[in-house]
Every structure is written in structure tokens, then in C-alpha cells.
Design a protein around this ligand. Structure first.
Ligand code: ADP
Length: 426
């Protein structure tokens, strides 16, 4: 079955957010980890999100990786490809939003590309080309102090012009309120005038639905999960989606096997979820100093799990309270200690899978990324949400056979998240 919608995401967490948004809006969606192997067998899906890490790499590298992902998607029938960027337009004067957008347009034979980071659900709106984050213009929001991509200008036409070869256009809210015909006419006129990237205003979801409808008739668009929502709803309205309500239920078909929870997030929510889990499951609190000292703590954790796991789910956590984390960081450095612990938790995760774990919850964004990389899982089919923003994932093309996973960023989920997740993963 041909893919109806392709997407190239500039980072992994953004890809997950988009894949979840597409699923919630009616598309059966797979998220790949990196550019997939040509031989990857996809289930029947409407949309594929290729997760890359190209937000902050040199522009030429981002263009090359996006071009390769684009070819993979087009070969599988994708008629439209969304370049998924951050809803705060994270980029610099060197790129990568402008160069990648223009390269994808060139590869598709040219033409205007609608660009909007608007995502009203998370407070990102665009008016007269200016991006607002909650109630603040981008340049007054916390993004002005971002360590990699500080954003000092809320005028996205100016921001994108500085990183583009061609002039950049604007489609304002009045035109969008006039409907898809007016937007299409304006996009065509700008394209004829030699403009590729066109910033589009959007304040409400209905604006994104209009933009999605127009974008679907073009080969490329650039935006955040909000534009994904618009594209998904336009596809559903067009009657081209064949999947029915069974879409996400199918993703959580039982896989059997053992179950485990691995936590590396030190967020307040995760620490509380661990305390709650302790009432119903065995929980091992790793000693971070010993983890950094060598492999003994990992071996001890595996042996601890081995004695208990056949009786039910076990929890292994590196997570610690802020005082403990700061002490470790001041001794070993923030980056080095974080990275070493991620490596340790990913090794423990892989060992658990080796011993038969097929239902796995990982708490922590970076911790999850490290675990998925080590397990070398090529792709996921997105299932129903356990908590807002955290769906159950079913592996696609996994060497160890089908697994169900829940990958949770720090502050997500209610206090009983771990039991709620395992209840949906059979
Ligand atoms: P979150 O989603 O809450 O930000 P992440 O997994 O992204 O969680 O980040 C948590 C970081 O903290 C990881 O790099 C992890 O390795 C590190 N970490 C985990 N436990 C400890 C600890 N006890 N001391 C210091 N750092 C830790």
C-alpha cells in the first residue's frame, strides 16, 4: 500500500510528537528511527515519519540526509512530504529550515512551500509572520536564551530570508480566513514571482486545516505538529484514508513475554511515579556512583532482575533527587555523568530484552533515545495514548520479534503511569 503522507523530522522527540498527532487525527502511522533500510517491510500505513537528527548539524549535512529520506518516502508513494521542524522555529542564519525546505522543493520540481510552526494546542501561533510562544513574541520568550539556537527575532519572514537562497513570502490570516481557494491562489502567485518558502499565519486549528488542504495539493510543506494535524484532517476529509477505528487497537495486539520498567529521568513526576510503583512492584534503585565506577553495578542489576522478573514486572531506576544528581554532576561533569548513566541504563535494557522482556517502559527522553539506539529498533507503529503525548509503540522489523514500548519524557504521565502503561501492553 502506498504511503499517503511522508514526513522528515529534524529530531527524534519532534518525530514522536508528530507521529502521535497524526495517529490521533486518524492516520495509521509508522515512525522510523533514522533513514530505514531499503528492505524494511512496512505494515499497511497512511503515514511514515522518518526521524533524523538534523536540527543543529551543518546545513549541507541536513540537506543530504533530508534528500535521502525524501527519496525513500517518494519511492514508497508519498505524494506529499512534510519537513517537521520545531514549533519554536529553532534554527540559525545558516539553516537548517531554509536550505532543507528549498532543497526538498527543488527535488520535487520546484514550486511554493507553505511554512508554519504554528501549533495552537501548545500555544504556538503565527500572526503577520510573527511567532508567539504562549503570550510572548518568540524573541521575548525563553527561546531567546536557547543554548544551541537562540531566537532573537519573532519575524519569521526575516528569520527565514536570512537562511534562504530565494526571497520568502507571507500568507496572512485574512487570506487564510478567506479559505483554501484564496490561499492556493496566493501561493501560486508568490511561486510565479520566484518565491519558494512562504510563511503562513495560523492561530486556530481551523487555519491549519485550511493550510493542510492546500499543502496536500503541493509536494512539500514545512511545519510543526500543528501542520501535521492540518494535513491529517485534510486527508481524512478527502476520503482517502482506508483505516477504520481498529487502527490503534491493532497496534497493541498482545506480544506476551516479560515486562520491565527502566528509568533515567530525574524529573519530579518520574520520582513520584517510582515511589507509587514501589507499592506494587519490586524496584531497584541503582547507585549512580557505582554505575560510573564500572560494570559491576550493571551486572548486579541484571542478576537482581533475573531472580524476580518471571514473577512479574520489575523496575530498575538510576533516577535520583536533585541533591544527588548535582553531587554526581559536580564530581564528574554534567554531560559526562548523564551520558555514562544513559549508557548504563541502555545496557541494562538490552540485557533485559535478551532475557525475554518484550513489554518495556522507559522513563526519560535521553534515556529512551539511548535505549532505542542500543536495541537497534528500526521503526514503530504508533498505538493509543497511555497519557497525553505518550502512546504505546509497537516495534516494526525488530530483530528480537514484536515488542510493545512506552517511551516517556520526564514530566509526562500521572502518578500511576507505570501500571497504566503495563495494563495496555499485554
Ligand atoms: P527527562 O526526560 O526527565 O529530561 P532524560 O532521560 O532526558 O530525562 O534525562 C535525564 C538525564 O539524567 C540522563 O542523561 C540520565 O542519564 C541522567 N541521570 C539519571 N540518573 C542520574 C543520577 N542519579 N545522577 C545524575 N544524572 C542522572
Amino acid at each position: 500500500m502506498a504511503i499517503l503522507l511522508g514526513s522528515i523530522a529534524d529530531d527524534y522527540t519532534g518525530a514522536s510528537d508528530l507521529a502521535n498527532t497524526l495517529t490521533k487525527n486518524g492516520l495509521r502511522t509508522v515512525q522510523t528511527v533514522g533513514i530505514p533500510d531499503p528492505a524494511l517491510a512496512l505494515p499497511d500505513v497512511d503515514a511514515v515519519v522518518v526521524s533524523l537528527k538534523i536540527r543543529s548539524v551543518p546545513a549541507s549535512d541536513a540537506v543530504a540526509a533530508a534528500a535521502s529520506a525524501d527519496r525513500w518516502l517518494r519511492q514508497r508513494g508519498a505524494g506529499h512530504v512534510l519537513y517537521k521542524i520545531c514549533s519554536t522555529f529553532d534554527s540559525t542564519d545558516a539553516g537548517n529550515i531554509g536550505p532543507v525546505t528549498e532543497a526538498l522543493s527543488d527535488a520535487a520540481g520546484g514550486g511554493g512551500v507553505l511554512v508554519t510552526p504554528a501549533f495552537p494546542e501548545t500555544g504556538r501561533t503565527v500572526y503577520l509572520g510573527h511567532l508567539f510562544v504562549g503570550g510572548q513574541p518568540l524573541n521575548e520568550s525563553p527561546l531567546k536564551d536557547h543554548p544551541l539556537n537562540p531566537m532573537h527575532d519573532a519575524n519569521l519572514v526575516r528569520v527565514l530570508t536570512r537562511q534562504s537562497r530565494n526571497a520568502v513570502g507571507l500568507i496572512d490570516l485574512t487570506t487564510i480566513a478567506a479559505g483554501s481557494g484564496a490561499v492556493k491562489a496566493r501561493l501560486d502567485a508568490l511561486s510565479t514571482a520566484g518565491i519558494t518558502a512562504v510563511i503562513a499565519d495560523a492561530i486556530f486549528e481551523r487555519d491549519l486545516e485550511t493550510l493542510g488542504e492546500v499543502a496536500l495539493e503541493t509536494p512539500v510543506s514545512t511545519g510543526a505538529s500543528g501542520l501535521g494535524l492540518g494535513l491529517a484532517r485534510a486527508l481524512v476529509r478527502s476520503g482517502r484514508i482506508s483505516s477504520d477505528g481498529a487502527t490503534t487497537a491493532d497496534a497493541i495486539r498482545p506480544v506476551g513475554g516479560l515486562s520491565a520498567i527502566v528509568a533515567g529521568s530525574c524529573s519530579k513526576a518520574t520520582l513520584h511515579q517510582l515511589d507509587i510503583a514501589e507499592r506494587s512492584m519490586p524496584v531497584l534503585r541503582l547507585d549512580p556512583e557505582r554505575l560510573l565506577a564500572g560494570p559491576d553495578e550493571i551486572a548486579a542489576a541484571i542478576s537482581w532482575a533475573g531472580d524476580r522478573i518471571s514473577a512479574g514486572p520489575v523496575v530498575i531506576a538510576a533516577s535520583a533527587a536533585p541533591e544527588t544528581v548535582s553531587r554526581l554532576q559536580s564530581l564528574h561533569g554534567r554531560e559526562a555523568s548523564g551520558h555514562a548513566i544513559e549508557t548504563a541504563t541502555s545496557i541494562i535494557t538490552a540485557e533485559l530484552v535478551e532475557r525475554g522482556v518484550r513489554r518495556l517502559v522507559v522513563a526519560g527522553g535521553e534515556t529512551s533515545g539511548a535505549a532505542v539506539d542500543r536495541l537497534a529498533i528500526p521503526a514503530f507503529l504508533i498505538g493509543p495514548e497511555i497519557a497525553p503525548g505518550v502512546p504505546v509503540l509497537r516495534t516494526v522489523g525488530n530483530a528480537q520479534g514484536d515488542m510493545l514500548l512506552a517511551l516517556k519524557s520526564g514530566n509526562f504521565g500521572g502518578e500511576d503511569f507505570f501500571t497504566a502503561a503495563l495494563a495496555m501492553m499485554r
